[in-house]
Design a protein around this ligand. Structure first.
Ligand SMILES: *Cc1c(COP(=O)(O)O)cnc(C)c1O
Length: 394
């Protein structure tokens, strides 16, 4: 058959454009700072994951410069062969201490950690059990396993227990996987209850704390510390790309877990290690978290103020318990319109629409930043109020 083998590229792209579902990239012309220059315009940044504003912290920048000067621009290899520098080992040692676990391991990205480790933890004859709202990188990690799969209703512990009861008799291993902080709603998984159920049924627990790392728990130590159960979670996975202000995935847990993970994770074994500048900045980020508690405090002060004011105005902010505050507006088109108008007024916050959330729950997702001042927040709030009234949301 004479076919055009690449015609689908244009067709599928145009289909997305027609539905207004294609990504149109906004371009930053400054660092990702509380006031950023985006598409030539100065805006209050309310959609970066740089919660603590650490990506612009002088100590992180200096850490990156010093490491690049000493060790060069690249690492030369994958970690397992010749790409493990003393600096990479130092980061892992400091990280384990910070997280309160026996050991830690750094992956290229959080996505690489989920895609590389989950498929090794469970296989044929096993079952993975997931929260229905888990992140796409967990879903892909689970797809790479040869296990049976079950999904429970969002944070529904009754349903999780039902699945566990069934699974207990039938499977060799049981792996429960969940987001720690859910990225669309900003709510927190009941890890204390999940761990208790897991103990009862002999299941392994894996929590993806990408949005909790550096944000929840004392000094931003993450979800284990938040519930005081660091020792009881089998795998705590997180990222350096959000609150830590750099890039890189991480896992924290027992020495056995780390030995297993670096010998088995294909993403870790088969992909180059971080450039020295990245490792240098990671090390500085941990040090800043350990020694400058004011960033986490400011993040939460800002969060509480912003959330309360939005609620006072009459906005529906859902179930958020974290610096992710959704402003639920209803229809997708309305969320997009609000986002566009906010941008024109100098506030950058992205719409989240169907199919990422339910059809009638389209929203603007705001992410707080420790570097925003009260004046900045009042400026943004005033725009939300004005446009919310104009679009008849409040
Ligand atoms: C951002 C995110 C990831 C991916 O982390 P990266 O280090 O940026 O690859 C994984 N899981 C969740 C829940 C996330 O929000």
């Amino acid at each position: 058959m004479k076919r055009n083998p690449t015609a689908f590229l244009k067709e599928e792209y145009e289909e997305l454009v027609k539905k207004n579902l294609d990504w149109r990239l906004r371009i930053l012309e400054s660092g990702s700072t509380p006031h950023s220059i985006v598409d030539g315009k100065e805006v209050i940044m309310l959609c970066s994951n740089n919660y603590l504003n650490l990506s612009n912290h002088p100590k992180l920048i200096q850490g990156a410069i010093d490491a690049a000067k000493k060790y060069g621009a690249g690492s030369g290899s994958v970690r397992a062969i010749a790409g493990t520098m003393k600096l990479h080992m130092e980061v892992e040692k400091r990280l384990a201490k910070f997280k309160g676990t026996e050991a830690a391991l750094v992956y290229q990205t959080g996505f690489a950690a989920n895609a590389g480790l989950i498929p090794q933890l469970a296989g044929k004859g096993d079952i993975t059990i997931s929260d229905e709202l888990n992140h796409g990188s967990i879903i892909d990690g689970v797809r790479l396993t040869k296990t049976d799969r079950a999904v429970y209703k969002h944070c529904d512990m009754g349903e999780l227990e039902k699945v566990l009861k069934e699974a207990d008799k039938k499977y060799r291993r049981i792996l429960i996987v969940t987001d720690g902080v859910f990225s669309m709603d900003g709510d927190i998984a009941p890890m204390d209850k999940i761990v208790k159920l897991a103990e009862e049924y002999g299941a392994m627990t894996y929590v993806d704390d990408a949005h909790g790392e550096g944000v929840i728990g004392p000094d931003g130590r993450g979800i284990g510390a938040h519930f005081g159960i660091e020792e009881k979670i089998d795998v705590e996975m997180g990222t350096f790309s959000k609150a830590y202000g750099v890039v890189g995935g991480l896992i924290a847990g027992s020495r056995d877990l780390i030995n297993f993970a670096y010998n088995k994770s294909r993403t870790w074994l088969l992909s180059g290690s971080h450039p020295p500048a990245v490792a240098g900045a990671q090390l500085a980020a941990i040090e800043v978290l350990e020694t400058e508690p004011e960033h986490v405090k400011r993040l939460w002060d800002n969060t509480k103020y912003f959330k309360k004011e939005l609620q006072n105005m009459g906005f529906d902010t859902g179930f958020s318990e974290t610096p992710i505050t959704p402003v639920i507006v209803g229809e997708s088109s309305k969320a997009k319109e609000l986002s566009d108008k906010l941008f024109e007024e100098g506030v950058f916050a992205l719409p989240i629409v169907y199919p990422m959330v339910a059809r009638d729950k389209a929203r603007i997702r705001t992410m707080m930043n420790a570097g925003l001042t009260k004046e900045d927040l009042d400026f943004a709030l005033e725009k939300f109020e004005k446009l919310g009234k104009q679009l008849k949301i409040i």
